[in-house]
Design a protein around this ligand. Structure first.
Ligand SMILES: NC(=O)C1=CN([C@@H]2O[C@H](COP(=O)(O)OP(=O)(O)OC[C@H]3O[C@@H](n4cnc5c(N)ncnc54)[C@H](O)[C@@H]3O)[C@@H](O)[C@H]2O)C=CC1
Ligand SMILES: O=C(O)C(=O)CO
Length: 315
């Protein structure tokens, strides 16, 4: 079995032993789109975290049998083309749940407590200038009793909901947008976001979720709303978010993802200078424990596929 790993650097150069044991592994640190076909010409299996595999690439790789995505999100793969070419696709479900939940609440806790502003103030010597024991320059709000809306109630959405409930929040699960019927236990998308104090996005990026949060939706939100996106760039329109943050249409946002990654100098969120946005470089998943589980699970996916099984099969 010839296996090509296209972006080993995204696994933080951890040992790949479980995968190496499965076949002939060729591992590249980073691969750009133009190199994929040459590098994968003889591959039975491609492992990719974020390298894009599009229809054109798939038509140039007749030997390919499996794309094993080294991530949960599969939006870098043309799934329709993969199916048409008879190429199986699997992802790794649930490997990063504790880390993403932790990251989500780290962003949220910072924003609700204005922690980032207080940390700056402490570093800039403001505490020494106080005439009382503490500083109360920025508002501090609790997560408890807030309407906490989940968009995408899968593995991560459910895990975030559990922790939100533990904080005492009132968890509301949003129905998919444009659904005419609302499932039991869910609230219609617009009603949910209108009532939200906190919104946390955990759905995949696809045709239905692209620009799900645009200027029209931002207008429906409370001015006190906090928006978290640890899912995918592109679900929130970045210019609309910047406008909403600037004009105080919403209070704050915590984001781990951008529409184009790595970040580009022209990205509206990078160029936004207000301090009501916290931005991390798509590393919510990247706890060492997640990476260990990820490598192990990639090996399990490949083994299952090789034996005719279908763990984590998307296509
Ligand atoms: N920032 C990071 O480091 C990470 C980001 N992710 C992102 O988080 C996403 C979710 O991960 P999981 O919860 O593990 O996946 P999952 O597949 O368990 O859950 C996704 C949920 O979204 C729902 N969904 C699908 N289309 C929807 C729509 N149009 N509107 C609302 N909901 C919709 C699905 O029904 C499912 O319940 C991934 O697709 C990935 O893009 C995942 C891991 C790490
Ligand atoms: O697993 C995912 O989907 C991530 O975004 C991390 O690579």
């Amino acid at each position: 079995m010839k296996i090509v790993l296209l972006d080993a650097k995204t696994l933080a150069n951890n040992p790949l032993t479980p995968i190496e044991l499965l076949g002939e592994l060729t591992s590249y640190q980073i691969t750009d789109g133009a190199q994929v076909v040459t590098r994968c010409m003889d591959a039975d299996i491609i492992i990719t975290n974020k390298v894009v595999i599009n229809a054109e690439t798939l038509s140039a790789l007749p030997k390919l049998k499996l794309i094993c995505v080294a991530a949960t999100g599969t939006n870098n793969i043309d799934l329709v083309a993969a199916k048409a070419h008879g190429v199986a696709v699997c992802n790794v479900a649930g490997y990063s749940t504790p880390a993403v939940v932790q990251h989500t609440f780290t962003l949220l806790g910072n924003l609700m407590g204005n922690m980032h502003r207080y940390l700056n103030d402490s570093s800039n010597g403001l505490w020494q200038k106080s005439d009382m024991f503490c500083r109360l320059d920025h508002s501090i709000n609790e997560i408890a009793h807030k309407n906490f809306v989940i968009i995408g109630y899968g593995t991560l959405g459910q895990a975030v909901a559990t922790v939100a409930r533990a904080f005492g929040a009132n968890v509301i699960i949003a129905e998919r947008p444009n659904e005419t019927s609302v499932r039991a236990g869910r609230v219609a998308f617009l009603d949910a976001v209108q009532s939200a104090d906190i919104i946390s996005i955990h759905c995949p990026l696809n045709e239905q979720t692209k620009d799900l949060f645009d200027a029209r939706v931002f207008k429906q939100l409370k001015p006190s709303a906090v928006l978290l996106n640890t899912a995918r760039g592109g679900i929130v329109n970045e210019q609309a978010l910047v406008d909403a943050l600037k004009q105080k249409v919403i209070a704050a946002a915590g984001f781990d993802v951008l529409t184009v990654e790595p970040a580009q100098n022209t990205n509206p969120l990078l160029n936004y200078t207000g301090d009501n946005l916290l931005l991390t470089p798509h590393n919510a998943w990247a706890a060492q424990e997640s990476i260990n589980r990820l490598i192990k699970c990639i090996a399990e996916n490949i083994t299952a596929f090789h034996h005719g099984g279908d763990i984590n099969r998307i296509v």
